[in-house]
Design a binder for this molecule. Structure first.
Ligand code: BGC
Length: 245
């Protein structure tokens, strides 16, 4: 079974058809840059354009960087504020003419990593963090997903993601050592509360893990995401498959 997976991010949206039995992307992923935050209507047009390029007629899974309750987006920390309160399943379904299932982007990445990637066959307490424009998070335990918002934990008087996101390292031109040490401080706070047995680091920066993992020093075993930053696309498609039964 094939489902189109789309990952809406802070700087681009990316998508590809996914084989949901293997989690593999079945075509080169398409990427649409969004240098300025798109309004919901313009984002819907971009999503429809992406689906059209694949000549897509079928279910679509969409990951979005915000709190999702049912078909609605409740927060939009790094995207257009017009998404807050938006019934995005309806918006994107109307724009594409296809059934749409909506999920938080980090929760989508966690689904893909636990089913086919770095957490495969692991049933213990797992924390997945995605480091990109913001910090995404999800917990997994005995095959159950719990999306959460640990990037907004208050740290140094502001949201932790304003201190540890990969975008902060780039913007402030921090060395891998300085940024990796920051990440370590943040992760050790999370460990005090959550005690994960496994930590999976996703987002584009997971590909460069050799540069900074040595500075993080977590208690738990920490590994890079196997899908690197492709997990959001695969996971969004898996979510749509799960929802459609
Ligand atoms: C959002 C999360 C999202 C994360 C990563 C945060 O700012 O609140 O929902 O998962 O960024 O994109």
């Amino acid at each position: 079974m094939k489902i189109l997976g789309i990952d809406i991010g802070g700087s681009a949206l990316k998508g590809a058809p996914v084989d949901i039995r293997t989690g593999r992307l079945l075509a080169e992923r398409l990427r649409i840059e969004t240098p300025v935050p798109l309004s919901p209507a313009r984002m819907a047009a971009a999503v429809a354009g992406l689906a059209r390029q694949f000549k897509w007629r079928g279910p679509i899974g969409i990951g979005f960087p915000g709190v999702i309750h049912g078909p609605r987006i409740l927060t939009s920390a790094n995207l257009h504020p017009g998404f807050i309160g938006c019934n995005a399943e309806k918006l994107f379904a109307t724009a594409t003419g296809c059934p749409v299932a909506l999920i938080n982007d980090a929760a989508a990445a966690a689904l893909a990593e636990m089913k086919f990637g770095a957490g495969r066959n692991f049933a213990g307490k797992t924390l997945l963090l995605t480091l990109g424009t913001g910090v995404g998070s999800a917990l997994f335990y005995r095959g159950r997903l719990f999306p959460c918002e640990l990037g907004h934990l208050p740290l140094k008087g502001r949201d932790a993601e304003k201190w540890v996101a990969a975008s902060v390292r780039e913007k402030k031109d921090l060395s891998w050592e300085v940024w990796g040490t920051r990440l370590g401080k943040y992760i050790r706070i999370l460990e005090k509360i959550l005690w994960p047995e496994l930590i999976i680091i996703g987002g584009g920066v997971s590909a460069k893990h050799l540069k900074y993992f040595k500075y993080v020093r977590p208690r738990a075993r920490m590994v890079p995401a196997k899908f690197l930053n492709g997990a959001g696309i695969a996971g969004a498609a898996l979510w749509a498959a799960e929802k459609n039964g």
